[in-house]
Design a protein around this ligand. Structure first.
Ligand SMILES: [Zn+2]
Length: 475
């Protein structure tokens, strides 16, 4: 995209569904996909007189998120009522945190930049509206809308970033690292398709070098990294074109339609919602003890950002490769086990990134065995892939034994290889003649034939050298 001297300013609001056993303020089960309206009680349905109680497990997970994002954990925080009337909120208010969130002032480093975390606070999720009878599952064109209250009252942490992101790519990379971090600390499955991780983006543009922010718009509910990136790029383009044509950006909420690749206005933000926040009278302020915070800090695993840095340092990997390996915690663990067992981090990285099927299938020692056989020259990389496939079917097998049993060892400069070279030359006198009359390109066809005969057990460069020697000496 041509930015023509413009710069984008992006901030994200991310909602993370916590994987607690029960809901935020009641004992109803917190599971996805149950029969609609089977996981409800007077508390989450907001019956008069029903009293909420705080889920301690959700508080712990919110603190873990804060610690992972280098936030300050509040010694005292308060739940507020956020009042609004909407069919997905039976109480006509949401219990959230307003001016005293549980986590503030953190950051997450991505792509060499530091992205500030304004806050991360606890709240309850709304119910789910299902628009039935239409084609797109959206309210426009639907015959009716029904409500599933199972999700109502499940625990959410809302993470708000500073407007520190400058490109859609950086925002997507940030979200990827955040997702890996949340999965690593085990607070959420972060499954975007199930809505466990949902992202809104605030987007504005300004002339490069300006420090004031332009008018921002809000892109709602981006439920995949790909659409998030596309939606932000489309919105940045729209704002730049509008401003360059002398127009003005209106503060509004937009939805990106990935099928049509279009942005649609949802509702105007000009009549700013007045939520009339007030302290939740049924809940006392929350005071996480220093002991709790210490316990959770001590139990914190190594986080992806630290692990990416360590992988680069310890195994000499590029930032991109180290980031790819950290796309999922089990992949990172597997890579590290293979790197340790083989003593070759670069090769381990190449294999794990290129053969993702091995993770959880082939024991790390098996893959390390293949890497060792290749570096010792016992097998070629091509045969290595065959052994890999054999191990996928028979994970406990010993790679060296497989190579011996099946005669897969490399043909070095043995008479076997020379014999094959002579045979192929004898069968292709026309190529020999063409080569000698200057059409040296035909050698590739000869190499291919010899390689076919060796079934991948020879090094192609070595075969080519042998062929050249033979052709030049005129045997
Ligand atoms: Zn309930």
């Amino acid at each position: 995209m041509s930015m023509n001297g413009w710069e984008a300013v992006i901030g994200l609001e991310i909602h993370v569904q916590l994987n607690t056993e029960s809901k935020m303020f009641c004992a109803c089960a917190n599971v996805f996909g149950a029969e609609p309206n089977t996981l409800t009680c007077p508390v989450c349905l907001g019956y008069p007189g029903a009293l909420p109680t705080i889920n301690g497990g959700a508080v712990d997970k919110a603190i873990q998120i804060g610690l992972a994002l280098d936030c300050d954990i509040a010694g005292r925080c308060q739940f507020h009522r956020k009042n609004y009337f909407y069919p997905d909120s039976p109480k006509a208010y949401q219990i959230s945190q307003y001016d005293q969130p549980i986590c503030i002032h953190g950051h997450l480093d991505v792509d060499g930049g530091r992205i500030g975390i304004t806050r991360a606070h606890l709240e309850e999720d709304a119910a789910k509206l299902v628009h039935a009878g239409g084609s797109g599952g959206r309210i426009a064109g639907a015959d009716s809308s029904v409500v599933d209250f199972n999700r109502c009252g499940t625990p959410l942490v809302e993470i708000v970033t500073e407007p520190d992101l400058r490109t859609p790519e950086q925002a997507v990379a940030f979200l990827g690292l955040l997702k890996n971090t949340l999965q690593t600390i085990g607070v959420s499955d972060c499954d975007m398709e199930k809505g466990s991780l949902r992202c809104d983006a605030n987007v504005s543009v300004r002339r490069r070098g300006e420090s004031a922010f332009g008018t921002k718009t809000e892109l709602k509910n981006m439920n995949s990294f790909k659409f998030l990136g596309e939606g932000m790029a489309a919105e940045i383009r729209r704002q730049i074109e509008l401003l360059e044509a002398g127009g003005e950006v209106r503060q509004e909420t937009l939805h990106y339609d990935p099928q049509a690749r279009e942005l649609h206005a949802r509702r105007s933000k000009e009549e700013a919602d007045d939520y009339r926040y007030f302290p939740e009278p049924d809940l006392v302020p929350l005071e996480p003890s220093g002991e709790t915070v210490r316990r959770l800090r001590d139990a914190m695993p190594e986080l992806p950002a630290a692990r990416i840095a360590r992988f680069r340092e310890a195994y000499g990997l590029s930032e991109q490769d180290a980031t790819d390996l950290n796309a999922a915690p089990e992949t990172a663990d597997y890579f590290e086990a293979v790197a340790r067992a083989s003593g070759d981090g670069k090769a381990a990285s190449d294999w794990v990134r290129n053969q993702p099927g091995a993770v959880g299938t082939i024991p790390p020692e098996g893959l390390a065995g293949i890497i060792g056989l290749i570096s010792a020259g016992t097998i070629t990389p091509t045969i290595g892939k065959q052994v890999h496939a054999l191990l996928e079917a028979q994970p406990s097998a010993d790679p060296a034994a497989l190579v011996a049993d099946r005669g897969l060892a490399s043909i070095g400069d043995s008479s076997e290889l020379e014999g094959m070279v002579d045979e192929v030359l004898a069968q292709n006198p026309q190529f020999v003649e063409q080569f000698r009359s200057g059409k040296e390109g035909v050698i590739n066809a000869l190499v291919g034939q010899v390689m076919k005969q060796t079934r991948g057990r020879a090094d192609a460069r070595q075969v080519q050298q042998l062929l050249r020697d033979r052709l030049k000496t005129g045997v």
